[in-house]
Ligand binder design. Structure first.
Ligand SMILES: [Zn+2]
Length: 168
């Protein structure tokens, strides 16, 4: 018995552009323009302190409670969880890399950390911290150079494998 092929598939028999086949990239969370203001009691002095959150802050702050001011940490998450099978122990394990978050610690001893800055988790548990826009741009430039080198290695690998196959 001959197989019958449907005359028209869901795409109408046309080849869909690749972009339509890729999973949709989730939209970045909307940054709320009006920063949330809340207050807490300084556990060390009993003083009431007001905090205006960094725009887009996704931290779940404990408003109205007693806290240590330096523990107040505004944060947004970027970059999601991307993992590769990294071999650090002789057995490859899925390891998160290049996750990034934007942070601001409004009571930090370092003034630079009170401003929004980026922390990048280069690989699980190893961080680049406190990056201002210039420092983050340097990191991106460095990574772009590394990606270009990986592309060169990829092209070289294809050439070497073709040459290797030809000698067998
Ligand atoms: Zn916040």
């Amino acid at each position: 018995m001959a197989l019958t092929v449907p005359a028209a598939s869901a795409s109408g028999g046309r080849v869909l552009p690749l972009a339509l086949l890729k999973p949709a990239v989730p939209a970045a969370p909307a940054i709320h323009e009006q920063p949330a203001t809340w207050s807490f009691t300084n556990i060390e002095t009993g003083e009431t302190l007001a905090v205006t959150c960094m725009p887009g802050c996704e931290s779940e702050h404990q408003a109205g409670t007693a806290q240590i001011p330096v523990d107040v940490w505004c944060q947004t998450y970027r970059g999601g969880d991307v993992a590769l099978p990294v071999d650090r122990t002789g057995k490859p394990e899925e390891t998160r890399l290049l996750a990034a978050s934007i942070n601001a610690l409004p009571f930090d001893a370092q003034m630079s950390r009170r401003l929004p800055h980026v922390n990048v988790e280069v690989i699980d548990g190893a961080w680049l911290t406190g990056l201002d826009p210039d420092a983050l741009e340097d990191v991106i430039d460095t990574l772009e150079e590394r990606v270009a080198a990986l592309r060169e290695a990829h092209a070289e690998l294809l050439r070497v494998r073709a040459a290797h196959k030809a000698t067998r």
